[in-house]
Write a protein that binds this ligand. Structure first.
Ligand code: HEM
Length: 316
C-alpha cells in the first residue's frame, strides 16, 4: 500500500488519466478531420451534421478543456518530483550546477562525461519562476550528486521537451479549434483539419516520452536513495532473460501490429451512425412512428394509392 499510495500517486494518477483521455480525443479528432477533408476533396457538400463532423467537434471540445488542465497537472507533477526526486528534476531540466536563479534551458545536448550541456539555448532568470520558486531559492543541480548517483540525463532532458512541446501544441489545437467552432468555420478550414490529422499520434508519443522521463530519470534507483537498480536485479542467467525478452518482443509485435492495423482500419472507415433496419410489420414495438393511434380512423398506411406504407409520403 505504501508503494502504491506514495506521495506522487495523486499527481501521477491525474496526469496519466488526462493523458489517456487526451490521446483518445486526438485519435478521434484525427480520424474525423480526415473524413471531413476527404468529403471536401470529393466535392461532397454536407450542410448538416455528419457523424465525422459531430465526432470532430466533440474531440476538439475534449482537447480544448483537458489539454490546459494537463499543463496545470503536469506542473503539479513537476513540483512533487522536485520535492521527492530532485536528481530527476535536475536531469530533465539540464541543471548541472546547484545555484539560485536557474535559467530555463530550451535546448542543449547534455554530456555526462563533460558534466555540461553543449549548444545550450537558454532564457536566463526564468528557471525558478517556471518552477514556482522564489528567484533566490537554490535549486539542486547534478553537481550535488556523485557521478554514480546521477541519472543519465539525455533521455529525461529530451523526453521532457518532447512531452511538453506536444502538450503545448495540443493546447494550441484545442484553442484554435474552439475559436473556429465559435466562428462556425471549423469544417471549412483545411489547414486546421490537416493539423488535427497530423496530431493524431501525438498523444501516444507524449505518453511514451513522459514514461521515459519518469523511468530513466529515476535511475540509478529502484527505490529513490535506498535501493539501486543494480542491487535489485534478480540472479537470473542471461539466456533466461534473453528468452523471456524474445517472447515479449514476439507476442507484443503480434498484438501491437494487429491492434494498430485494427485502429487504422477503423479510422479509414470513419465514424458511422448505427443503422437500424425497420422491423417487419406486426413486429414493430409499441410507439413506433407510423402506427395508428387507438380510435384513429384515418386510412391505414397501406391504403395509400401507390401501395407503399406511407414512408415515402412522410419523407416527401
Ligand atoms: C503540458 C505540459 C506537461 C508537463 C509540465 C508535464 C510534466 C510531467 C512531469 C514533470 C513528469 C515526470 C513525473 C515524474 O516522473 O516524477 C511527467 C510524466 C509523464 N507525462 Fe507529462 N507533462 C506535460 C504534458 C504531458 C502530456 C501532453 C502527456 C500525454 C498526453 C503527458 C504524459 C505523461 C506520462 C504518461 C508521464 C509518465 C507518468 C508516470 O509514469 O508516472 N504529459 N510529465
Amino acid at each position: 500500500m505504501q508503494v502504491i499510495f506514495n506521495p506522487s500517486f495523486p499527481s501521477r494518477l491525474a496526469h496519466m488519466l488526462l493523458a489517456a483521455f487526451i490521446t483518445t480525443g486526438l485519435v478521434v479528432g484525427a480520424a474525423s478531420a480526415f473524413h471531413v477533408l476527404k468529403d471536401r476533396a470529393r466535392g461532397i457538400k454536407t450542410e448538416g451534421w455528419s457523424e465525422s463532423r459531430i465526432s470532430l467537434v466533440m474531440a476538439i471540445g475534449l482537447v480544448a478543456v483537458l489539454a490546459p488542465m494537463q499543463l496545470v497537472v503536469g506542473h503539479w507533477s513537476g513540483e512533487v518530483t522536485h520535492k521527492y526526486q530532485p536528481s530527476k528534476t535536475a536531469a530533465l531540466e539540464g541543471y548541472w550546477e546547484t545555484r539560485a536563479d536557474q535559467p530555463l534551458h530550451l535546448f542543449g545536448i547534455p554530456d555526462r562525461e563533460a558534466q555540461k550541456n553543449h549548444f545550450q539555448v537558454s532564457i536566463p532568470g526564468v528557471g525558478n519562476w517556471i518552477q514556482n520558486l522564489p528567484r533566490d531559492e537554490v535549486i539542486t543541480g547534478l553537481d550535488a550528486y556523485p557521478r554514480e548517483d546521477q541519472p543519465p540525463p539525455f533521455i529525461p532532458f529530451f523526453g521532457f521537451r518532447i512531452m511538453v512541446g506536444l502538450g503545448l501544441l495540443m493546447i494550441g489545437l484545442g484553442a484554435w479549434g474552439a475559436w473556429l467552432i465559435w466562428r462556425r468555420r471549423v469544417f471549412d478550414s483545411p489547414w486546421f483539419l490537416r493539423f488535427c490529422v497530423a496530431m493524431g499520434p501525438s498523444g501516444f508519443i507524449a505518453v511514451l516520452a513522459g514514461w521515459m522521463v519518469t523511468e530513466v530519470g529515476r535511475q540509478p534507483w529502484v527505490v529513490y536513495g535506498v535501493l539501486r537498480t543494480r542491487d535489485a536485479v534478480s540472479p537470473v542467467i542471461t539466456s533466461q532473460v534473453a528468452t523471456s525478452l524474445l517472447a515479449y518482443v514476439v507476442v507484443y509485435s503480434i498484438v501491437f501490429t494487429a491492434g494498430a492495423l485494427f485502429i487504422l482500419r477503423l479510422m479509414a472507415e470513419g465514424p458511422v451512425a448505427a443503422r437500424t433496419e425497420p422491423a417487419p410489420r406486426g413486429q414493430r414495438p409499441p410507439g413506433t412512428p407510423m402506427a395508428k393511434a387507438p380510435g384513429d380512423t384515418s386510412p391505414d398506411d397501406d391504403d395509400t394509392p401507390d401501395g407503399h406504407d406511407g414512408l415515402r409520403g412522410a419523407a416527401s
